[in-house]
Write a protein that binds this ligand. Structure first.
Ligand SMILES: C[S@@+](CC[C@H](N)C(=O)[O-])C[C@H]1O[C@@H](n2cnc3c(N)ncnc32)[C@H](O)[C@@H]1O
Length: 486
């Protein structure tokens, strides 16, 4: 199923497995063989019920549903309307992957009905999950009022009727969705036809997966989405480190993704599970026992090894470590213009290397060349939409020209892309304090302190503006006490 269990959850896993093995005759080897013999047997469903988290409710994260209704749906409808396929009526295809008891798929169905879609083939919504018991509940269409806690009263009145303590969804919305028991990690040509889906919701699923499983699932989703199709992940999930085949979209105060036209994942090949040579979604922390230049260099190497070359990106070239180290060394000694000269003297084919661009942008900010720094960040984002560092540097540029609103927006994107990145939290805290929003200032500064304590040392050296970890923490504390916090 692709699930990951932290060490603290291993006792729970052992207990579930012990119970299931005992119920199946008590022989662990026989139990394992029977599980392996058939990938879709009842026992797997029972295990899924015990091991997965099925928490969900209608209109969970309403901002994403607004982006769905106002951006993704109309755009994909107009694409499908203009599609000319002889003899086949265009249909809009939506997938709710990991749909649990159906609230997400039904929320989409309600919005599609509200939009009075005019498309000859209509809209097909498919909900799939590995847990047969939650699917049974989905098919019944009967929910507790707790599941409607985020549903506006007028939507409740229009689409539900009360039956005792339950709210029953009306048939028009129910008939728009079909549910199926599927394991998202199975090779399944019927579930993942190339380019078939317009919009995929796969929220709060990969957060429970191992990095390899998350990578394999995102590769399947990439293949199965039409070019320009949309992907919605959960609030705590990002594609950073998992894919470079999507543009990040940020509207309605939420984030989602749009598939690029050309992608690195072949759209015809059959997926393998798991993908060979996949990388961990979260880069390991860099150990800094030598000089800071070595640490930064190791980080740059790591970033390069994580980057999957895409059809659209420039070929990966290796920057001579000596030049990179020299530029970094000069930056640490605040000799910014000499450091910039080193980067400018690099051969032209290296100028587009993402690491060089990022370092270049940081140096330009330090030397006050904000518009050039902004341009360099944009160049980097054209190669890698999901580069949190580039968004942070853009935030510094925006603040430098007095645009605090856009500065905060870029900090928020950086935080979304990399929740462990301390500096954008610190920056958001400072901006909030300047504009007198103490509550946000406190929240962001506290978050910055807790992240700074374990922030990647190399990243601190690159983005810390020359300050040591302790000095940055002291700055946060001083700002916090200025907000009235002890
Ligand atoms: C937390 S729920 C998310 C429900 C809904 N998407 C939402 O965000 O409200 C996660 C669901 O993913 C399902 N799931 C986990 N691993 C799966 C797999 N390998 N294949 C299919 N579904 C899976 C679980 O059974 C569970 O119902």
């Amino acid at each position: 199923m692709g699930l990951q269990f932290e060490d603290t959850k291993l006792g729970f896993l052992a207990e579930v497995l012990r119970r299931r093995v005992e119920g199946g005759g008590g022989n662990p080897d026989a139990y394992l063989s029977s599980l392996e013999a058939s990938r879709s047997n009842q026992e797997l469903g029972a295990l899924a019920h015990d091991l997965t988290v099925g928490e969900t409710y209608f209109f969970r994260h309403m901002d994403q549903f607004r982006a769905f209704a106002e951006v993704a749906l109309p755009e994909r409808l107009s694409k499908r309307r203009n599609q000319k396929t002889a003899g086949v009526e265009p249909t809009l295809q939506i997938l709710s992957a990991g749909c649990a008891s159906g609230e997400e798929a039904y929320s989409l169905a309600i919005l599609v009905r509200e939009a009075s879609v005019d498309l000859p083939g209509g809209v097909s919504i498919r909900g799939v999950d590995v847990n047969p018991l939650t699917l049974k509940k989905a098919i019944q269409g009967r929910f507790s009022n707790w599941a409607l806690r985020e549903t506006p009263p007028e939507v409740q009145r229009k689409w539900f009727r009360q039956d005792g303590r339950d709210a029953v969804l009306n048939d028009t919305a129910r008939s728009g969705v079909r549910f199926e028991e599927r394991n998202l990690l199975d090779d399944d040509d019927e579930l993942w036809p190339p380019g078939a889906y317009d919009i995929i919701f796969c929220r709060n699923v990969i957060m429970y997966f191992t990095p390899d499983s998350a990578h394999a699932l995102i590769a399947r989703i990439t293949r199965a989405l039409a070019p320009g199709g949309y992907l919605f992940l959960g609030h705590a999930e990002t594609l950073r480190g998992l894919s470079q085949d999507f543009h990040l979209r940020h509207t309605h105060e939420t984030f989602y993704y749009q598939r690029k036209n050309a992608v690195s994942v072949p759209t015809t090949a059959r997926p393998n599970t798991p993908f060979p040579g996949t990388v961990s979604a979260r880069p390991a922390a860099v150990e800094v026992d030598g000089s800071w230049v070595d640490a930064i260099h190791k980080a740059a190497e790591r970033i390069r090894s994580l980057a999957t070359p895409t059809v659209e990106s420039t070929p990966v070239v290796s920057v001579p470590p000596r030049d990179m180290r020299l530029a970094l060394d000069l930056m640490q000694r605040e000799r910014f213009s000499e450091a910039l000269d080193v980067l400018r003297d690099l051969p032209p084919e290296l100028a587009g290397d993402p690491d060089v661009l990022l370092l270049h942008a940081v140096l330009l900010v330090h030397s006050g060349q904000l518009s050039s720094a902004e341009e360099t960040c944009r160049q980097l984002l054209a190669l890698d939409d999901l580069n949190a560092g580039a968004h942070y540097v853009l935030a510094l540029c925006m603040e430098g020209v007095g645009d605090r609103g856009r500065a905060a927006e870029h900090d928020e994107i950086a935080v979304y892309l990399d929740p462990g990145f301390a500096m954008p939290h610190l920056h958001l805290g400072l901006i909030a304090r300047r504009v007198g929003d103490r509550e946000i200032a406190r929240r962001e500064l506290e978050q910055a302190i807790s992240l700074l304590e374990r922030e990647d040392a190399a990243r601190l050296l690159l983005f810390g503006g020359g300050f040591q970890r302790e000095s940055l923490i002291a700055l946060c504390r001083a700002e916090l006490s200025a907000c009235g916090e002890q």
